[in-house]
Ligand binder design. Structure first.
Ligand code: 13P
Length: 258
């Protein structure tokens, strides 16, 4: 069985005051929703605040990035050990904004993934194609390349310690969600690619969808057999939206292994 996971990616949003309000709304609302898992990935400066606010709750803490190096003279870097120190369970690696705005290559993403798993964090590995790539028919090749870079460095069994997030770049922050069928198609491709080497690992692998998920479309997406939850950007900043998405995950049927 793969339980659903809903993770909020706050990106570069929030303040001490607004975070407090948001987390205070999420914690009691999500407490009774025991059939799925939940997380919020917050900006680095707010890790301590969120750690404190989430203590004893069923909402896990995550970060949005990690340095590819272990520690030392890397000005501005935040290491996996530091994230673990603040009680992080998850860390997003390879988000398309990191890849496209900050120039992270597949190799850098693979190093970050390795750092996360070495420190017992669960990387949420983001993969996904741009609009131009989709239109030129290379979606599957792009996603495969992004996945293979990680497998090459960390080995296939390392995927057992991660969550994949399929986030088509054209759907991020655009209000243009992939249809449930479009998401399902790519998720099934990712799972089949892993299954070609290890069927059991593929069956257990959680693959989230991200890109303009909202309360209004979450249930249809989560109903797809290979969509194991969502990575939520904008809608994770509004308590009512995020709670409704989490309720949709709680209500969705768990995927029974074939
Ligand atoms: P939006 O939900 O705002 O489209 O962002 C998706 C995303 O990038 C989550 O990581």
């Amino acid at each position: 069985m793969r339980a659903k996971l809903v993770a909020g990616n706050w990106k570069m949003s929030g303040s001490l005051a607004s975070n407090q309000e948001l987390l205070a709304a999420l914690v009691p609302a999500l407490a009774p929703l025991a059939r799925a898992s939940y997380a919020v990935c917050v900006p680095f400066p707010y890790l301590a605040q969120a750690q404190h606010a989430l203590r004893g709750s069923n909402v896990a803490l995550g970060a949005q990035d990690v340095c590819q190096f272990d520690g030392g003279a890397y000005t501005g870097g935040v290491s996996a050990a530091m994230l673990a120190d603040f009680g992080c369970r998850y860390v997003i690696v390879g988000h398309s904004e990191r890849r496209n705005v900050f120039g992270e290559t597949d190799d850098v993403v693979a190093l970050k993934f390795a750092q996360a798993t070495q420190h017992r964090l669960t990387p949420i590995l983001c993969v996904g194609e741009t609009l131009a790539e989709r239109e030129s028919g290379v979606t599957e090749a792009v996603v495969a390349r992004q996945l293979d870079a990680v497998v090459k460095r960390s080995g296939l069994p390392a995927l057992a310690q991660c969550v994949i997030a399929y986030e088509p770049v054209w759907a991020i922050g655009t209000g243009k969600t992939a249809t449930p069928q479009q998401a399902q198609e790519v998720h099934a491709h990712i799972r089949a690619r892993v299954a070609a080497s290890d069927r059991r690992l593929a069956d257990e692998l959680a693959i989230l969808y991200g890109g303009s998920v909202k309360a209004a479309n979450a249930a249809q997406l989560f109903a797809m057999p290979d969509v194991d939850g969502g990575l939520i950007g904008g809608a994770s900043l509004a308590a009512d939206q995020f709670i409704a998405i989490c309720r949709a995950a709680q209500a969705a049927r768990e995927t029974v292994r074939a």
